[in-house]
Design a protein around this ligand. Structure first.
Ligand code: HGY
Ligand code: MN
Ligand code: MN
Ligand code: MN
Length: 411
């Protein structure tokens, strides 16, 4: 016996309540990993997990788990749901939070319905999925699967010079549990698409079958500071100009190719950053992604070759630091089929998709059969306060999650 529907009002109410937590002085939603705002969000979600009667476990990297174990559970390998509640800067309220709160909602609904699982069911809120303050992204789930030693992760220095481990201690989320203590039987993550496909095609459910590879680098260009007024153009070692050429190179190359490669320079800073001084240093980030590992590697090689030629042409020195590198991931086809079947049974259309964004599922797929469910994003907008998904689509996605979990936890 299982429940037919989640409690829409409770889920939507929590999404909007959590969406108000961690707003800065300008009203922007900013809950960066390890910050006071992150703590405020974590405290509320842990309170909801406890109120649902689940066991709460927090590991050393601050991953939060809410676990439903009924007394006669035979197998400790739970069905794991989850996502993240940390955000980017000036974020929307759905990215990550929708998956964590829907996971909790599904467990609460099943508990109340008298459903008797054959195994534990757990929901996770993974630390630092966004990687905005501390790289790499998906850090908490990467540590969970053994892809990054927890000691190394805890010593990560952030963009603001803080240290992740010290911040987690400070906000009270440096837990005692050994990372990886929970070995999932299966993992399913519900997430907004953050892209335009489902909305454009009028399809409410995405059955995500793979996720593209990600390459993050930080590039530093060193030239010479000099007077903006007296230095002839031919005598400049202009770090700013060299950096600008890299942005144009990446965009032109990605746009010219008919491959789905995407390239983004999201952060840039100049030194000394003065209107009348030729920049002596430019520091910026490069985010490259492609569903095909061979093409992604070729893009990295092409960029390295371009930087070498550019350094000679502009008489600057260029250094590169790797911040993150994740290969494309293929999800478990039997769980993808469960998503499609659940949609069919509810009279919903679904579409098999590749995820353009990184997600914790990308890491958990290394240790357990995993898949994702997408719901449409208004205008394909995300990492932006205009991020939006209709209540109907949000509830439909959570009900698909309910159906898939009911099936997975019955085995
Ligand atoms: O970058 C990403 O795709 C993820 O949101 N961290
Ligand atoms: Mn996300
Ligand atoms: Mn995100
Ligand atoms: Mn993500």
């Amino acid at each position: 016996m299982t429940a037919r529907s989640i409690n829409a009002e409770r889920l939507l109410g929590r999404l909007h309540a959590l969406g108000q937590i961690g707003r800065d002085g300008d009203g922007r939603l900013v809950r960066l990993a390890g910050s006071d705002a992150d703590k405020a969000g974590r405290d509320v979600v842990v309170a909801w997990i406890r109120a649902a009667g689940l066991d709460v476990a927090i590991d050393r990297i601050g991953n939060i788990f809410g676990i439903w174990r009924t007394a006669d559970i035979a197998d400790e390998a739970p069905v794991l749901l989850g996502s993240h509640i940390d955000t980017v800067i000036n974020a929307g309220i759905y990215d990550g939070c929708y998956g964590v709160l829907s996971g909790l909602e599904v467990i609460e609904t099943l508990k109340a319905s008298g459903y008797a699982p054959a195994r534990a069911i757990a929901v996770a809120a993974f630390t630092n999925e966004e990687g905005v303050r501390y790289a790499p992204d998906m850090m908490g789930s990467l540590v969970h699967v053994g892809g990054l030693p927890v000691e190394e992760a805890l010593t990560t220095v952030g963009t603001d010079g803080t240290v992740l481990g010290i911040e987690l201690e400070r906000i009270g989320y440096a837990g005692a549990k050994k990372p990886g203590f929970l070995k999932p039987h299966a993992y399913i993550e519900l997430h907004i698409e953050q892209g335009p496909v489902l909305e454009r095609e009028g399809i409410p459910i995405g059955a995500v079958e793979n996720l593209q590879g990600i390459s993050w680098q930080r590039i530093t260009v060193d030239g010479d500071a000099n007077h903006a007024g007296t230095t002839p153009m031919s005598m400049r070692r202009d770090a700013g100009h060299a950096a600008a050429r890299v942005i144009t190179f990446l965009r032109d190359r990605a746009q010219a190719s008919n491959a789905p490669t995407v390239a983004t320079v999201g952060c840039m800073s100049f030194e000394p950053n003065a209107i009348n001084v030729i920049p002596s240093r430019a520091t910026f980030t490069v985010d490259l992604r492609d569903p095909d590992e061979g093409r992604l590697r070729a893009e990295e090689v092409a960029l390295a070759a371009y930087l070498k030629d550019l350094a000679a042409a502009e008489e600057v020195t260029i250094s590169v630091e790797r911040l993150a590198r994740f290969e494309p991931v293929t999800f478990d086809s039997s769980i993808v089929e469960l998503v499609e079947e659940a949609a069919r049974r509810r009279g919903l259309t679904s579409k098999r998709m590749t995820s353009g964004a990184g997600h914790d599922a990308q890491m958990i797929a290394r240790i357990a059969p995993s898949a994702m469910i997408f719901v449409p994003s208004f205008g394909g907008i995300s990492h932006n306060p205009r991020e939006h998904t209709t209540d109907i689509d949000l509830v439909a996605g959570a009900n698909i999650l309910l159906d898939v979990v009911s099936h997975l936890a019955a085995q």
